[in-house]
Design a protein around this ligand. Sequence first.
Ligand code: GDP
Ligand code: MG
Length: 597
Amino acid sequence: IPLSHIRNFSIVAHIDHGKSTLADRLIQSTHTVADRDMKEQMLDSMDIERERGITIKAQTVRINYTADNGEDYVLNLIDTPGHVDFAYEVSRSMRAVEGSLLVVDSTQGVEAQTLANVYHALDADHEIVPVLNKIDLPASECDRVAEQIEDVIGIDASQAIRVSAKTGVGIKETLEAIVHRLPAPKGTLDAPLKAMLVDSWYDSYLGVIVLVRIIDGQLRKNERIRFMQNGSVHHVDRIGVFRPAMTEIDVLGPGEIGFLTASIKQVRDTRVGDTVTHEKKGTDKALPGFKPAQPVVFCGLFPVDAAEFEDLRDSIEKLALNDASFSYEMETSAALGFGFRCGFLGLLHLEVIRDRIEREYDIDLITTAPSVIYDIHMKDGSVTQLHNPADMPDLTFVDHLEEPRIKATILVPDEYLGDVLKLCQDRRGIQMDLTYAGSRAMVVYDLPLNEVVFDFYDRLKSVTKGYASFDYQMIGYRTDALVKMSILVNDEPVDALSTMVHRDRAETRGRAMVEKLKDLIPRHMFKIPIQAAIGGKVIARETLSAMRKDVTAKCYGGDASRKKKLLEKQKAGKKKMRQFGSVNIPQEAFISALKMD
Ligand code: GDP
Ligand code: MG
């Protein structure tokens, strides 16, 4: 295919603005998929993605389109994830294409993820075609939203295409705009092979499937290729394209996007951003390296039923095969037994993995409090990373702690601005910027990630009735007065409930936690003290009173000595229970106790 007849593009949008629906219409109207095989959300393949309406892995589809000028074009669409946790995946797949459709819901306007994603596209030097979607709805306000795109993003929106991805209005215009307004890719056919590794995932039949964008040269089946980062050499079993079903073809040339398989066993062996070339006569210039995505949120996953530990290990290993950004290691907890400490890109990533383990592998899980990574600067000058508050070293050896901070961008209608500012302030935020775009305010805050990972997003949605949108990026580490707060239930520390908190807030937080736990833990036959402590010092305390079962009630007055004997027996029983510290802490307590409202 001549380069002049290829167009590579992505669609960027805030969640729910219609990216998947628009992709469906583009696929359908070009007869890429036979009508009888067409289903909704063609590109969102995993069940969870479908249910939650989010795309996690970058998906791609090749569309053949005969334009109004009579020429045949090949359009490659890469569908990128639409959530903050996967910002890294967005930015890397953007580098594989030359242009973007910027989809904005014309009943809503620009949102925080519209901004975040369009900045990724601008970083990758994309040509951008604005698309105003949902014009079939009465609340659609195309002129206002076009103006907002110009004001807030600073790109020309006078030629924005007005579309209803639902009814199909404007789809033809969108296809013509892709051909005429987006640039063709550049590349050299007779240069050594240079391909960008865009994404990879595990398939149980084919092994690892590698998505590549050919920059220069050609790739054929049965050739020997080399991954330049680790020098590993592989024999190519097949190459092909997605329509969106995998279709084998003979050759991939410059500007094309397709897949290869080469009997590769682990996703970890295929580093995203790597350069693929031929084993012999390959290029010696690798593409500028990408840094791999690093987990930022850690939590413990334990089976509710200890007998399911091996099943849990199995499921985690399988999921990790397909997700190089998810990390895990074994962990033991006094309260919860054997489990795993896992690292995630963010809370959504955590939820997705947890859901998959529960659903696809049918294992009930206890999830411990999510934590970020702290840098501990020791008095001897060394620095260690703390992934789990339970591992906090003795304070006498610690000089200071540093915590990760983020730059959060929040877009919110005027009337909720006050609540948002208060929320950010409560979470130790430092205001960096406040501007207006029409009736919406855009606030930028510097916030500790630790205050955000837990329930910030939920709180933000609830104080703004769902009208705020949010996006963030990491901006580095900073010192603050952080301490480890332990929770003691029945005088025993419950390591899974340990958290890092700011010293000034420890007491309030501690009190809130013990009060919550008092409601969450069912009454036992004995009374249970619930305490929050820093070091050896108790800062908050509640007592869960015993369930009083009066065993003498059955004795109808009767013999006094028998009554006495029974009461003594009851007391001994209580003592035994206390001694073993056998308190039942329900699963939901581990998460609910930490929610701050
Ligand atoms: P995504 O999160 O950006 O992929 O958004 P989806 O494509 O999943 O769309 C979100 C919701 O908006 C779905 O319920 C769609 O049916 C609906 N939707 C998408 N496009 C249109 C449109 O043009 N008109 C109307 N009325 N609804 C639409
Ligand atoms: Mg979608």
